[in-house]
Design a protein around this ligand. Sequence first.
Ligand code: GLA
Length: 353
Amino acid sequence: MGITKRKFGETKNGECVSAYLLKNANGMEAEMLDFGAILRVLKVPDKNGAFLDVVHGFDSVKGYEDHNDTYYGATIGRCGNRIAGAQFVLDGKTYPLDANDGKNNLHGGFAGYEHRMFTVREMQDNDTPSVCFSLHSPDMDQGFPGNLDFCITYQLTADNTLQLSYAAMSDQKTIINPTNHSYFNLNGHQSGTILDQEVMICADAFTWADAESIPTGELVSVEGTPMDFRSFHTIGERIDQEDTALKYGNGYDHNYCVNDTGKMKKIAALRSARSGILMEVESDLPGMQLYTGNFIKGNQTGKGGVCYPRRSGVCFETQYYPDAIHHPEFKQPVYAANETMRSTTRYHFSILS
Ligand code: GLA
């Protein structure tokens, strides 16, 4: 039980990268890096009491540096998901961003937070061990206004919940929309595709998006479509159906409107009959991107020499709606100068009864 720190490796610039391992009394483990505040390992008990590592990752810093388009376990910032046309206007001023996804901005741009060195600000070693990674993002970093102080705290509770708490503040009005990009596979990261695992999402609608995954502004009911996860369905059941949304997303890569209350609530779940593991996701944000690893190319050697095939992990990216800045009707990820942004995501693990 507690926190263990070890040297993990070095960046190509020679910075020393450490790994922080949190362990609770049940033996559940979460390991994070100060490089990218990445969640690298998450070991949870299965129905036989064996521990499975349920997230994708690499065994070296180089792995993360070389593969910068899959974002395994990454902390995404300053703005998760897409901003159309890679620019936005705030108080009459235009801010150009990196066009790193066609002509659009994705996950902040080329120099995302997932490749930055974070500082460990605080560690609490008790029965709910936690570690807080902080980052200073200067004014115009990635093109966004304001000097921003950002931190993410990972905490492992006694009831097998990994809690991610974000806090950020800028000295100017700016966009802040961080998320975590972990790929979950409840049969273990090495086990192949997630097509036979079941998803449930507490959402009646999703944001309709065009072929570039940019929302049109329309919220579309999931009723009668392969997008409906209000009850459990396997990921594979409908993923290859003839359907425009699935065609545009290459599978599931969509933002669900998770019945927003502004408060912490259960928004989704993933379960596997094979391992008997249930993961429940809670968030206080209005959106969640369900992404089924459609762009994993099968050419990456991950932890333990495992090669991850296409659709071998599923992401539940808690977020403000994509491109919200161009849709005043969406809840805005815009924070005033000196206003604190706070948000929490929880992944709770248990055994199916
Ligand atoms: C997000 C996007 C996807 C894809 C992945 C990274 O989840 O929505 O389209 O870009 O990141 O591969």
